[in-house]
Write a protein that binds this ligand. Structure first.
Ligand code: PBG
Length: 332
């Protein structure tokens, strides 16, 4: 017992656990709808809500259905959605040119959502994988993911998203120098108020599996992403990546995956104080859903507990596929 703690029975901690009211009064951390960013998948077509088998409850939406979902999310009070494209395999190329086409599916989706539901913030993903014939986030030359040439492509991609009306750009590619290059280009092109949320502490994780199915990158991917994403063993390197990205002009930073990396989230928040977000990724979502479907856990309770854990670890918010369901519960 520490010196400033009185002996039992002064320290009956259970006194403050006796009723809902007292528990509410003494709760240290709150989870609110304001903390949620909802990642959504968009595809070509009209009036399509295509279920994603490895992510029960998540869909690939055609643009008109995405707009409807964005409207519902805004009505629930969810402040932001994050758009990921499913690209037809026939449109993928070595040079990934579609990534910065102003009329690609993501950019059309951004425009449609901002036109119809201007109050919801739209976040994007900057990485070449949905458009790359080999499924990598960067351009591949002779089997090598080339950094600087990829950064040039990412800058074009980010500018096209800003032009389409995106509020927050999310570089998830893990190339070196991309935050500074994107920030400089945004300033030069009159997009000084577009925010960047850097996927700064993004680990080379097996938890991304269901997402790669969702965006159609699983079949395409040759090899792994270990030459650019952070080794899961590396805590100090993750902190250095966050420091670097903040110094290059990131406004917000992300830790990804979420629950297995709560130690990193806590340290990022304590060290830098910058707005810090966790991405509860597809594999985390799938594990909770699968166990709930078996009746082995109470899915809703585990969902809420997992999200509270991010807040307790210091995160300002969470990207989660559960966002609409959480919002419904929190709104009563
Ligand atoms: C693509 C990207 C990935 C995720 C977000 N952006 C996959 C990857 O890096 O392979 C994963 C999200 C999730 O698993 O939910 N650059």
């Amino acid at each position: 017992m520490s010196a400033n703690q009185a002996p039992f029975p002064a320290t009956r901690f259970r006194r403050l656990r006796q009723t809902d009211a007292i528990r509410a009064l003494t709760r240290e951390t709150q989870l609110a709808v304001d903390d949620l960013i909802w990642p959504v998948f968009v595809r070509e077509g009209e009036s399509i809500e295509e279920p994603i088998p490895s992510m029960p409850g998540a869909h690939r939406y055609s643009i008109n259905c995405l707009v409807k979902s964005a409207r519902e999310a805004a009505a629930l009070g969810i402040p932001a959605i994050c758009i990921f494209p499913y690209t037809d395999p026939s449109l993928k190329t070595q040079g990934c040119e579609l990534a910065w086409d102003p009329d690609n599916i993501s950019n059309r989706a951004i425009r449609a959502v901002k036109d119809a539901v201007p109050e919801i913030a739209v976040m994007t993903d900057i990485a070449l994988d949905p458009y790359n014939i080999n499924g990598h986030d960067g351009i591949v030359r002779d089997g090598v993911i080339v950094n600087d040439e990829t950064v040039e492509a990412l800058v074009k991609m980010g500018l096209a998203q800003a032009e389409a009306g995106a509020d927050i750009l999310g570089p998830s590619d893990m190339m070196d120098g991309r935050i500074g290059a994107i920030r400089t280009a945004l300033e030069a092109e009159g997009h000084g108020n577009v925010a960047i949320m850097s996927y700064a502490a993004k680990f080379a994780s097996a938890y991304y599996g269901p997402f790669r199915d969702a965006v159609g990158a699983s079949g395409a991917l040759t090899g792994d992403k270990n030459t650019y994403q952070i080794d899961p063993a590396n805590r100090q390197q993750a902190l250095r990546c966050v420091e670097r990205d903040l110094s290059e002009g990131a406004d917000m930073v992300m830790v990804k995956p979420g629950m297995p990396y709560l130690d990193i989230a806590r340290e990022v928040k304590d060290t830098f104080g910058a707005p810090t977000y966790a991405y509860q990724v597809s594999g985390e979502y799938a594990m909770i859903e699968a166990a709930a479907q078996q009746g082995w856990i109470d899915g809703d309770k585990v969902m809420l507990e997992s999200l509270m854990a991010f807040r307790r670890a210091g995160c300002d918010g969470v990207l989660t596929y559960f966002a609409p369901r959480v919002a419904q519960i929190l709104n009563g």
